[in-house]
Design a protein around this ligand. Sequence first.
Ligand SMILES: Cc1cc2nc3c(=O)[nH]c(=O)nc-3n(C[C@H](O)[C@H](O)[C@H](O)COP(=O)(O)OP(=O)(O)OC[C@H]3O[C@@H](n4cnc5c(N)ncnc54)[C@H](O)[C@@H]3O)c2cc1C
Length: 404
Amino acid sequence: MTAGVSSAREMDTVDVAIVGGGVPSLVLATQLARQTPDLRVVVIERSDASARNPQGVLVHPATHVVLERCGMRLPEDAMSGRVEWLEEYRHGRRVGRFDVRHRAVDRDAVYTPYNIGLATLADAALPVFDELVNGHIRYGTTVADAERHAGMWTLMTVGADGARRRMRASLLVAAEGRDSPLRSTSGIGVVRHLFPGHVDVLAVSTRRPGPPAISMVVGDRAATTVVDNGVGPNTLLFDMQPDGREPNPAEVRLRPQVIDRVRAAGLEVAQDTTPLFSTSLRSSTVRCDCWYRDGLLLLGDAAHAMHNLGGQGFNIAVQNAAALAPAISNLLRTGSPTEIREFEEYRIPYVTALQDNQDQFFDALAEGRVSDESWLRPLHEALTLGQSGLSRYIEPVGGLIKNA
Ligand SMILES: Cc1cc2nc3c(=O)[nH]c(=O)nc-3n(C[C@H](O)[C@H](O)[C@H](O)COP(=O)(O)OP(=O)(O)OC[C@H]3O[C@@H](n4cnc5c(N)ncnc54)[C@H](O)[C@@H]3O)c2cc1C
């Protein structure tokens, strides 16, 4: 589509420039490039090509289908971290237990949510990319500035060696995470809701007897999510402390009340356990009044950051990438954003409701007024069935997601 492009490998003028090289960006780029061979797509990522995000995510059944249909081949053991149960405890008592094993069935295949590293997913995505002639990733390149004039974007990029280059693009996709500077220059209305404190993350060497599960253990003005995913000997603990204090990785400790909550979920952790890994996060939700305006599309956390504990941000982002690819091709062909607008109308209220659920729960936790109603119940639906009607936008999930 872009005139004057000599080679996909040397393109300085492209149809779509995606800023940020997370897995959702790779999914969008491969979908666009495969579905529309005359489209030139570039992903610009500031990290080095060998850098990998060490974080893990819970992959939902609909997301799994998207990744598979993208051509990503996961290693045999990649899905070993299948999560079979979601559980919720209040003050040591189990108030909810949800089976997530057999909720989504596509003919004979049964998809169960599983935990996997973003690094493994990126490794699986890159060979697909290598086969594209019209898609390319520029690693070690930071987008420092972007301006739109006469319907075209001009990006200023800075390479690892400090060299500055200009690139032109018809469509700019801001996928540079929840703090997205590109988003804030678009005029799109943004509301950010902060978790009222910090979330300490600790990996400890323990497993429960029995099937892998994710347990939310709610205490008095604090809660711990215990992610026992069946992969290796480690369990991840998210110690949510809505105490108004900033995250400080140097101060993270395995607190006695966390050990009690882990025990309530059926795991044993000794008082003197040294965490294998720890960090501290400031969690937030980000709501945008739309995801597309004037040649700028928001994707992933830039569009709809969620609290890290809901197991949603990555999944919504990958599903959106697959759903939006045909709408983007149409936008570039006809200039009409109608299909993108229709998708926003379908998707944004659903995403906002998930975010409201998260924010309300954490605010109530901070104020010591958590109700007896299970917080995981609506999340359970999102983790297994997904959003009703998704098959209108991602064809392969029809028959997989009940009510789709
Ligand atoms: C501890 C934790 C656990 C989580 N668990 C889950 C889960 O179980 N399930 C789930 O669905 N979600 C989960 N999430 C959320 C999920 O990880 C994110 O929603 C998702 O990874 C966001 O992807 P993204 O591509 O939008 O952003 P990111 O992954 O943040 O990627 C943005 C990229 O942009 C690059 N970048 C930034 N600025 C520039 C620039 N100017 N130029 C070039 N490149 C730039 C960055 O280097 C980065 O690689 C979790 C998050 C955390 C922190």
